[in-house]
Design a protein around this ligand. Structure first.
Ligand SMILES: [Fe+2]
Length: 840
C-alpha cells in the first residue's frame, strides 16, 4: 500500500532557490491527470464548482458545463503574501463552442474578505481574473489585447508570471498556440498584493450568468514559485467525512466519499484503533450513486471511546492505487451525566461555511448533534439545481450536500449525528410527500407546489436518504413507500434519552386536498377568520399511519431510557404571522405541522402521554412553545431551533397586529403568551427570536446574525429530568456567552414532567413503588386497552393525569430486567388509590 497522499508521485515537490540574497523556498506543483481514472472528482487538491460540470476524462480535466463561472479551485497551493515570484501554466482546448462569448483562464489570489477559510474562498472568494476570451482577446481584468482571428482553439497554452518585489508588482500573461509559439501577451503593472487561491476558471469573466457558453478541457497544470505555499491540511477527499450513531449496542456509520471512479472492487474498510495498530471491523461496498458506504457493527460496547479509521483505495491507470483514509472518534456514551444536545437546522448558502457556528459547536462539545433538515438549499453554492435526469440531479445534489460535510465534518467526526432530510434537501421548497407519490413537475407548478408527492426521481430521493440518514439506527419498518422510496424513521437510545426520529413530510397530504378557495396559493391562508375546520378533512395525513404505529410502540419502550424526545423537521403548531418579509402578513400556513389538525392533535396527545419533549427546526424562527389541544398549556413543550443561516424570513409579531393574548410569561417579553395560532391551536409562546425589520448587510455573517441565525444547545438531565435549552446567536462566542447572545427568553429550563401540560384534566393516578426505583409505569384504559400514560418514574413516587373511561389497568416494573407487576381495573379516587402502593 502506498502513501496516503497519492499525489506524492504526481507532484514534484522540489526545493529551488531564488536569486535573492535571502534564500526563499520555491514550491512546484504539476499534474498531467494522465494516471487518474475517469471520474467526476478532480482529486484531493481540487474543489470543482459546480460538481456536475467537471470531470477527469482520458487524462484531462474537462469542464463539460456551458454556464458561467465554472471553476476548479486548487485548494492546497495558495499564493502567499509578500515579495517573490510565481508561474502558472496550463494547456487548454475547446470542447464545445456554444453560442455565447466565453473565457478560459485563471482567477488568482482568490480569497473571501470575511472568512479566511479556504472553503469560503472557493464559494465567495474574489481574485484577479485573467485569461483568454473567445472573441479574440487576452485579458487581465479590464486590460485587454487582441490576437489574430485565425487562432486555433483546439489546443493552446496559457502562461502567467507574477513578479513581486520592492521595485514593483507585475503580472504577465501569455497565450501560446499548440506549437508553443507566442500569439499574444499582456502585462499589468502596479497591481495590489496577490494572496489566495489559484483557480482555473471557465466563463469566469461574466457579470451576468448565461447558459450555452463554450466549454474547455484543461491539462498539464504547472505551478511554481516562491510566492506559492503548500497547505496540506486543505486536502479534501476521497473520504470526505463520516456520520455515526450508536444505540442499543449497535454502531452505524456512513462514510461519504467524493464521486470517485466506478470500479469492480470499490470496497471501503472500517477499523478501530487497538494497541499500536488498527483492527478491522467491517468492509462494505461503495454505493456508486450516493458514494456512501454504510457500516453496521453489532455488539458495540457503548463504554468504548476509540478512534476509527475509514480507508479506500482507488485503482490508477498505471496499475498503482491511490489510498485514502479518514480518522474520527466514536465517543463513550454518556450515562452518568446530562446529555448535551446540539440542535441545528436550515443552512442557507450565504452563510457557508458557517465558521462561527462550527467554532462554537466545537467549543460547546455537545454529546450528540441533530441536523433536522434543509442541510442544503437549492441555490447553495451559487448555481441552480438540475432536476432531471436522475444521474445529473444526483451529482448536482451531491455538490451542494458536500458543502454541508465540508463545513461540519470536523464537528461530526467525534460525536454521534442525527441527520434527517427536509423539503429543500429533495429540491422542493415545500414537501407534502403523500407516501412517496410521484408528481409531475408541471402538475406541481400548476398548483403552486401544493400537490402531494415528489417531483424528483426516486433514485435521487433515495440518494438523499442514503447520504443523510443511512447511519441512523435501523428503520423501525424498512418497507419502502411508493416508487420504492426508502424511509428512515426510527428510534435511538443514547445517554438514557429515548429519541424518536420521524419525518413529518414523507407521508403528509398536500394542501390541494383541503383548500377550498379559488385564488392564490393553496397552502397559505391569507384571510383571518376563515373556517379552519373545513381544512381538517377526514383521512388527511400528517405523519402517516405507519409512523403513528411506530410511535405507539416507541412510547411504551423505556428500556435504557428515563426520558423521551421526539425529533422531527417542523413544529406541530403554526406560529409565524409574517412570511418572507416584514410586509408578508399571513393568517395561516399549512406547511407547518399545525395542519392537518386531527392527526396533529393525535400526535401532540401521544407526546404528552409519554411526557415527550419535541425538538424541530425548519421555521427559521427560534421558538419555545407549549402545545395546547383542548386548552392552552395542556400538552408538551417544543423547541424550534434557530436556523444555522436564515434565508426565507418568518416573524411572530402578534402584538404589532393587535392579536389578543393572555398570560404573558413573567419575563414580560413582547409577542409572548397564549395566542390562537394560524391553524386554530392554542399555543403558548414562551420565547421567540424575531428578526428586526431590516436585516440588510453587505457582510454575510452579519446578515446571518441579523436574521436570527444560530444554533441551540439542549441539556437533558436523565436524573433530575430537567431540560435546559438555549438558543444562541450566529456570532456569539460560546466561551463567553453574554445575555444578548441568547435569543430573548432563553436560556429556559422545563422538566420532563411539564410535558404532560399543566392544564390537563382527567383522573389522577398516584403511585408508590416499593422495591424498584425509577420504574416504568404504563397506564391503559381498561375498556379500550389504549395506552394513556407511559412514564419512567423518578424515584418511587409518581402522580399523573389520565383521560379515559375511569377504569385503568396498570403495568409497572423494571424494563431492563422485565420484572413487571400489573394492577387491573383500578378506579382512581376509590379507597387505597392515593397512592396505589406497588410492592416488588
Ligand atoms: Fe428551511
Amino acid at each position: 500500500m502506498k502513501n496516503y497522499c497519492f499525489l506524492t508521485f504526481l507532484l514534484g515537490l522540489t526545493l529551488l532557490f531564488s536569486n535573492c540574497s535571502r534564500r526563499k523556498e520555491a514550491i512546484k506543483y504539476s499534474n498531467n491527470f494522465d494516471i487518474l481514472p475517469d471520474r467526476v472528482w478532480a482529486g484531493e487538491d481540487f474543489w470543482t464548482i459546480p460538481l456536475e460540470d467537471w470531470q477527469i476524462n482520458e487524462g484531462r480535466l474537462e469542464c463539460t458545463g456551458n454556464s458561467s463561472n465554472m471553476r476548479t479551485n486548487l485548494i492546497t497551493y495558495p499564493i502567499k503574501p509578500g515579495n517573490g515570484t510565481f508561474a502558472l501554466n496550463v494547456t487548454c482546448g475547446m470542447l464545445h463552442k456554444g453560442d455565447q462569448e466565453g473565457t478560459v483562464g485563471f482567477s488568482i489570489g482568490v480569497k473571501d474578505d470575511e472568512d479566511p477559510d479556504v472553503k469560503a474562498a472557493c464559494y465567495f472568494g474574489k481574485g484577479l481574473n485573467l485569461g483568454v476570451r473567445t472573441n479574440g482577446v487576452l485579458f487581465i481584468e479590464d486590460q485587454t489585447v487582441s490576437f489574430p482571428a485565425d487562432f486555433s482553439w483546439e489546443k493552446f497554452h496559457i502562461q502567467v508570471e507574477g513578479n513581486f518585489s520592492l521595485k514593483g508588482k507585475a503580472i504577465t500573461l501569455r497565450l501560446m498556440n499548440e506549437q508553443q509559439e507566442e500569439v499574444a501577451w499582456l502585462v499589468k503593472e502596479s497591481i495590489d498584493e496577490i494572496e489566495g487561491l489559484i483557480v482555473l476558471g471557465v466563463n469566469h469573466h461574466v457579470a451576468s450568468p448565461f447558459s450555452n457558453g463554450p466549454s474547455f478541457w484543461l491539462d498539464d497544470l504547472e505551478i511554481s514559485g516562491t510566492k506559492i505555499s503548500y497547505e496540506e491540511e486543505n486536502r479534501f477527499g476521497a473520504i470526505l467525512w463520516a456520520m455515526y450513531t450508536n444505540s442499543r449496542n449497535v454502531l452505524k456509520l456512513t462514510a461519504q466519499l467524493a464521486p470517485v471512479s466506478a470500479q469492480v472492487n470499490g470496497e471501503v474498510h472500517l477499523e478501530i484503533e487497538e494497541g499500536d495498530g488498527w483492527k478491522k471491523l467491517a468492509t462494505e461496498k461503495l454505493r456508486v450513486d450516493s458514494y456512501t458506504a454504510t457500516f453496521r457493527v453489532g455488539n458495540w460496547d457503548p463504554d468504548l471511546e476509540v478512534n476509527y479509521r475509514i480507508s479506500y483505495s482507488e485503482n490508477l491507470k498505471d496499475g498503482e492505487t491511490s489510498d485514502y483514509e479518514y480518522i474520527g472518534t466514536i465517543r463513550k456514551e454518556p450515562v452518568d451525566k446530562p446529555l448535551v444536545f446540539g440542535g441545528m437546522t436550515c443552512q442557507y448558502g450565504y452563510g457557508f461555511p458557517y465558521t462561527p457556528v462550527v467554532i462554537n459547536l466545537l467549543k460547546e462539545d455537545p454529546d450528540i448533534l441533530y441536523f433536522s433538515g434543509d442541510q442544503i438549499y437549492e441555490g447553495n453554492g451559487g448555481y441552480s439545481i438540475i432536476r432531471f435526469p436522475a444521474e445529473r440531479a444526483i451529482l448536482n445534489y451531491l455538490g451542494k450536500w458536500y458543502m454541508f460535510g465540508w463545513a461540519f465534518g470536523d464537528v461530526m467526526k467525534g460525536r454521534p449525528t442525527i441527520c434527517t432530510p427536509d423539503d429543500h434537501d429533495v429540491f422542493q421548497g415545500n414537501l407534502w410527500g403523500d407516501g412517496g407519490r410521484k408528481i409531475e413537475l408541471e402538475d406541481w407548478q400548476e398548483y403552486a407546489g401544493t400537490s402531494g408527492g415528489y417531483i424528483e426521481p426516486a433514485e435521487m430521493i433515495n440518494v438523499v436518504h442514503a447520504t443523510q440518514s443511512s447511519h441512523l439506527p435501523d428503520p423501525y419498518d424498512p418497507t419502502p413507500v411508493e416508487q420504492g422510496i426508502t424511509i428512515w424513521y426510527t428510534d435511538m437510545v443514547y445517554g438514557k434519552i429515548s429519541f424518536a426520529i420521524i419525518s413529518d413530510r414523507i407521508f403528509k397530504s398536500g394542501p390541494k386536498e383541503a383548500a377550498f378557495w379559488e385564488e392564490g396559493r393553496k397552502d397559505w391562508i391569507t384571510e383571518q377568520g376563515i373556517d379552519l375546520s373545513r381544512l381538517d378533512k377526514p383521512g388527511l395525513k400528517l405523519i402517516g399511519d405507519r409512523q403513528f404505529e411506530f410511535l405507539t410502540h416507541w412510547m411504551k419502550d423505556w428500556k435504557g431510557a428515563n426520558m423521551k424526545v421526539l425529533l422531527s423537521q417542523t413544529l406541530f403548531a403554526n406560529i409565524p404571522t409574517h412570511h418572507g418579509s416584514i410586509d408578508g402578513i399571513l393568517a395561516g400556513d399549512m406547511d407547518s405541522g399545525g395542519w392537518p389538525q386531527t392527526p396533529r392533535n393525535k400526535l401532540v396527545d401521544l407526546l404528552r402521554r409519554c411526557y415527550a419533549f419535541h425538538v424541530c427546526g425548519d421555521q427559521h424562527l427560534p421558538l419555545f412553545v407549549q402545545y395546547g389541544i383542548d386548552e392552552f398549556r395542556d400538552a408538551g413543550w417544543a423547541l424550534c431551533t434557530p436556523a444555522i443561516t436564515v434565508g426565507y424570513q418568518r416573524r411572530f409579531l402578534p402584538d404589532r397586529l393587535g392579536i389578543p393574548y393572555k398570560n404573558r410569561p413573567d419575563h414580560d417579553l413582547d409577542n409572548t403568551g397564549e395566542y390562537i395560532g394560524g391553524m386554530g391551536h392554542k399555543n403558548y409562546v414562551y420565547a421567540v427570536g424575531n428578526l428586526p425589520d431590516n436585516t440588510r448587510s453587505e457582510l454575510r455573517y452579519e446578515r446571518a446574525q441579523l436574521s436570527s441565525s444560530g444554533y441551540s444547545i439542549i441539556t437533558f438531565d436523565p436524573e433530575s429530568r430537567d431540560i435546559s435549552c438555549n438558543a444562541i446567536r450566529f456570532l456569539a462566542d460560546a466561551d463567553r456567552l453574554r445575555p444578548e447572545d441568547s435569543f430573548p427568553g432563553w436560556p429556559v429550563t422545563v422538566n420532563q414532567f411539564d410535558n404532560a401540560g399543566i392544564n390537563r384534566t382527567g383522573d389522577k393516578i398516584t403511585i408508590q413503588s416499593n422495591g424498584v426505583l425509577n420504574p416504568a409505569l404504563l397506564v391503559y384504559d381498561a375498556k379500550t386497552e389504549e395506552l394513556l400514560l407511559s412514564v419512567r418514574m423518578k424515584g418511587d413516587k409518581f402522580s399523573g393525569i389520565v383521560d379515559g373511561s375511569g377504569r385503568y389497568n396498570l403495568k409497572i416494573g423494571n424494563p431492563e430486567t422485565e420484572r413487571w407487576k400489573t394492577i387491573s381495573e383500578l378506579i382512581p379516587g376509590e379507597p387505597g388509590t392515593n397512592p396505589v402502593v406497588v410492592r416488588f
